[in-house]
Design a binder for this molecule. Structure first.
Ligand code: TNX
Length: 497
């Protein structure tokens, strides 16, 4: 008995740059092998990743072979070669013929992205009958693919509610499937400080001890944080740590009285108001503190970026805010990192390497591009994953509106702000703030099915993104989500049958 999967044109998210469906099938069966080039350890991981996913979806436990010479027909080949005509490190080609499945890139990163495309081809295989199949017929196809934007991010707020290492790893695997390449962790806020800082231990001892609603909170030890970074790196995802300042700092201020202008530590905070706290701009100890924190975080971060927040500093003098951010920028740069900040930072004089994170006000962004800065696009009315889908959604907030699946899909970064052009845009990011999000099932429900749409905006050419076609592809992903028990929102906009 055999099973025929759906044509890839009805499955792949983000939609590839070029996909040509061909006649005929590759027959995947229990004897199919996965070959990968022996020269490179990253590819060993990628081969095992592919093996793991094929097994979990089809039940086939395929053998992996490492060699430089692929001569035997009828298998899956991960191929590194310098002939993929695109300098983008994430570009890949995937061709399926009767004889073989070839995933080709000139870079390990591209191979990993291509493997995600192949894994998705198995998504529609959902029920038990599939597992009993003698072989699975995968329709022949030729895919050439590379991303539109270099920054395709997801943000998780681990400060309002804390999420442990295992939750973060689960999230990393989910976003890897959609070719995201950045995970921004919002590590500090009024309600919690979540990263161990050896030179200021009370930040986590006191500042990490609670969360919104008064739960136990928590934090990552430096060892745990390094583990997250490494886990993400294997999946070609860069961790972007955020230490929010000068506002959103009540947890730090509660941990060290000397950081407060009046020398008195406030109580820990477990509500959800914003904009009431500030570091003391006029005290030198504030900058000693920032230098220590940024140094330790930079040491833990192989990626090029440190996010310093800078948003909603309503309790900070606005003139002093400007000078403060310029000092912080110097500290970040002296640790060999690029500074990212929420859009408000463009009031300061920024270096061209600094990156502006748009969420609400176009004017701030335009002030940034005048200074030569690049922009990450997180328009709150489109991609804030903590916004409710509709008035009946249990979780989430609604200050930026209700966001249905079509709302988060049907927009284009390069026409979102008048005067902001494609060349100014580094990419897109979907933030999940967690004031109302308590556990991983809540995370799933807010991210799915909206997040794949943001992935597609970040990766695919705009003219390839067609809502009516996307709905079919999304529905096929629903079959996989059912299978893995993912708690997704069954939006009435999609036919999930
Ligand atoms: C605004 S977006 C915030 C966060 C809140 C979020 C809730 C931004 C830079 N600041 O502090 O968690 O709204 O949606």
């Amino acid at each position: 008995m055999n099973i025929v999967t759906t044509a890839s044109s009805d499955i792949i998210i983000p939609v590839p740059v070029s996909l040509v469906q061909k006649k005929g099938f590759f027959n995947l069966n229990r004897e199919t092998k996965i070959y990968y080039p022996s020269s490179n350890l990253d590819n060993d991981f990628t081969a095992r990743y592919l093996q793991h996913h094929i097994k979990s979806i089809t039940g086939y436990d395929l053998q992996i072979l490492s060699t430089e010479n692929f001569y035997e027909k009828g298998n899956i080949y991960l191929i590194l070669q310098n002939e993929v005509a695109n300098s983008n490190p994430e570009s890949y080609e995937l061709s399926i013929t009767e004889n073989s499945i070839n995933i080709i890139s000139d870079n390990s990163e591209g191979l990993f992205r291509g493997v995600q495309t192949f894994i998705q081809m198995l998504f529609p295989l959902k029920n038990k009958i599939d597992l009993a199949a003698n072989y699975i017929q995968i329709p022949n196809v030729e895919i050439k693919d590379y991303p539109r934007f270099q920054w395709r991010g997801v943000m998780l707020d681990v400060a309002r509610h804390f999420f442990g290492v295992n939750d973060v790893k689960k999230l990393i695997d989910l976003i890897a499937l959609y070719k995201f390449n950045r995970l921004h962790l919002h590590l500090t806020d009024d309600q919690g400080w979540r990263i161990q800082i050896n030179s200021w231990p009370k930040l986590t001892e006191i500042g990490g001890s609670t969360q919104v609603g008064g739960g136990a909170g928590g934090f990552y030890t430096q060892k745990e944080f390094a583990e997250i970074v490494e886990y993400a790196k294997k999946r070609f995802i860069t961790i972007v740590p955020e230490i929010d300042m000068p506002g959103h700092t009540n947890a730090a201020l509660a941990s060290y009285p000397e950081l407060n202008c009046d020398g008195v530590a406030p109580e820990l905070y477990t509500g959800i108001k914003v904009g009431f706290s500030s570091l003391c701009i006029d005290k030198e100890i504030t900058y000693d503190f920032i230098k220590d924190v940024i140094r330790e975080v930079a040491e833990l971060t192989p990626g090029s970026y440190i996010h310093i927040g800078g948003d909603e500093a309503h309790a900070t003098d606005s003139v002093k805010y400007i000078k403060f951010m310029e000092r912080v920028q110097e500290i970040v740069n002296s640790n060999n990192k690029k500074m990212i900040g929420w859009e408000e930072i463009t009031q300061s004089k920024l270096n061209p390497t600094s990156i502006v994170h748009y969420w609400r006000k176009a004017d701030y962004v335009l002030a940034g591009i005048k200074q030569g800065n690049k922009v990450i696009m997180s328009p709150s009315s489109k991609v804030y994953m903590d916004m409710k889908y509709n008035p009946n959604t249990e979780l989430g907030l609604n200050w930026a509106g209700y966001i249905e699946v079509s709302d988060s899909y049907n927009w284009d970064p390069s026409t979102q702000i008048n005067g902001l052009n494609e060349k100014d845009i580094l990419g897109v990011e979907a933030p999940l703030w967690t004031e109302t999000i308590l556990n991983f099932s809540d995370i799933e429900c807010m991210l799915f099915p909206r997040l794949p749409g943001v992935a597609e905006i970040g990766w695919s050419p705009n003219e390839k993104r067609i809502w009516d076609e996307y709905k079919i592809r999304l529905s096929n992903h629903g079959k996989y989500w059912e299978k893995i028990g993912l708690n997704f929102y069954k939006s009435p906009q999609i036919n999930w049958e």
